[in-house]
Ligand binder design. Structure first.
Ligand code: ADP
Length: 303
């Protein structure tokens, strides 16, 4: 039944509760907000939606609470045809991000992991076989990530955001590791077992990550595109792909759109460079509209 799944995402799903206000409250202070909205988020769910919209048969494995937020968290995935049969309903609440945004677009965010914290080694092994390309992020417990990697039947796309501690042998299973420039420096620090975070240029960081033995690395650089590093035997290559020039209005969820699209295209037989080129175009569409999942293109006509 699962034979046609091309991309499996094991990860987080959240509801973002965003309140818009003139200025952020200080400690102990109450301010009146102008409005609020509920929107689906969580890096796992965002990436699952992107993979599905980029044309891959996609399964999402995660957990939500037995509450009304669960429906909000999963609605877009359901509409896009993502297989949700192995999303667990647990006693913890659906994960939420409580976001306050002021008139200058400055924000403060509190994330409650809730149900996402139950996506542990036990939960992932209980879910059973994983199909197709596996995509993982840093918003579930490390034990869930490493167990999923142990069960992977195809290449693993690891977007370790936020950066959490993972054993070296698991970091090196990523193919590709997909990270922005800040995350790349933090992961290099882990692999180097260094006291300080590298301040070197992104190409140098990419080279050093590859020197640790990674098979491939994509470092996203916002409006500057991305770096693609990949191994060819003892050697590795490094090239920079430019971003599509667009007028960005909101880059929320752009990195997730990029990662999901890369996985979808790898699953459809693209090379890493081809997949990253497509993902750059896909992500560029998303930065021209507001929101995360709401900004993802529902049609591939303009790509
Ligand atoms: P993150 O949000 O994780 O830091 P980035 O900001 O690097 O991720 O964005 C991911 C990808 O989205 C980039 O590699 C690029 O392809 C695309 N992107 C992001 N911002 C822009 C932009 N202003 N113009 C065009 N493409 C963009």
């Amino acid at each position: 039944m699962k034979d046609n799944v091309q991309v499996t995402i094991v990860g987080s799903s959240n509801v973002d509760i965003t309140a818009l206000m003139n200025r952020l409250p200080g400690p102990g202070e109450t301010v009146l907000a102008d409005s609020y909205q509920l929107s689906p988020g969580g890096k796992g769910a965002n990436q699952a939606l992107a993979a599905a919209l980029a044309g891959a048969h996609t399964e999402f494995i995660g957990a939500v609470g037995n509450d009304s937020h669960a429906q909000v968290a999963l609605a877009q995935l359901e509409e896009a045809g993502v297989d949700l049969a192995r999303v667990a309903t647990v006693s913890e609440p659906t994960g939420v991000a409580i976001i306050q945004v002021d008139a200058a677009a400055e924000n403060s965010i509190a994330v409650v992991s809730g149900a996402n914290s139950t996506v542990t080694a036990e939960a992932v092994s209980a879910a059973g076989e994983l199909h197709g390309i596996l995509v993982l992020q840093g918003e579930i417990p490390a034990s869930g990530i490493t167990t999923a990697m142990d069960l992977a039947t195809d290449r693993v796309v690891l977007n370790l955001a936020p950066v959490i501690e993972l054993d070296r042998e698991y970091l090196l299973k990523a193919d590709p590791l997909v990270v922005n420039e800040h995350e790349a420096a933090l992961i290099l620090q882990q692999l180097d077992r260094s006291e300080s975070v590298s301040t070197e240029s992104e190409p140098v960081i990419a080279e050093k990550l590859m020197a640790h033995g990674l098979s491939s690395v994509l470092i996203t650089l916002g409006a500057n595109g991305c770096l693609v590093a990949q191994r060819h035997g003892e050697q590795h290559s490094l090239e920079q792909l430019p971003a599509v020039k667009v007028k960005a209005v909101d880059t929320t969820g752009a990195g997730d759109a990029f990662t999901g699209a890369v996985a979808a295209r790898l699953a459809q037989g693209d090379s890493l460079v081809q997949a990253a080129e497509f993902a750059g175009k896909f992500a560029a569409l998303t930065v021209q509209a507001h929101g995360a999942q709401a900004s993802y293109p529902r049609s591939l006509e303009n790509l």
